[in-house]
Ligand binder design. Sequence first.
Ligand SMILES: [Zn+2]
Length: 199
Amino acid sequence: MNTDALIACPYCDALYEIPQDPIKRIRCSRCHTVLISPRKGAGLKIIALAFISVALVVGALLTPFLTIERFWLSNEATLLDTILAFEGPLRLVAFGLLAVVIILPVARFLLTLYVLTPLVANRSVWPGAKGAFIWAERLKPWSMVEIFVLGCAVALFKIIDLANVELGPAFWMFVVLVIVMTVQNTYMCRWSVWKDLDR
Ligand SMILES: [Zn+2]
């Protein structure tokens, strides 16, 4: 049997035979996970969105995350200021946050760019591209930007009674980043990438 023509559902392990050159989305009939979603020009869109994401992360690091005002006192802080303000064991937690909110997502965008750029340009893949794609997928559950945004929104809502809180540009950049990442994910067809990498 030609195993190249088979695909296993990553969630329920159901095995399917792939039609030759599938043109439309294929879902697992048991758990409805999308197995294949080939789209024309998806690679270029993913690359563009990865560039936008990196720019958003850099912008979010450099601009104020929030401003807090209470009576005549006002304080403005960027994400980096906040992380560096922690001391002792809490600093470790703060650096963990920096990893899952900034470092890992950026690493994933860069790995994706490394894998997809030669594929989109119709060139031979760059060395270690398969390993890079495996790592981009492995890091996915650890990239927690959306959880961070949701957590911040809840925390800020709680302190709104105590002080005047204004969300800075960095917060909104994170919100846009979550949307961009979601769109990027819908364009990404892992099966198509692996097929191109094997070619
Ligand atoms: Zn399934």
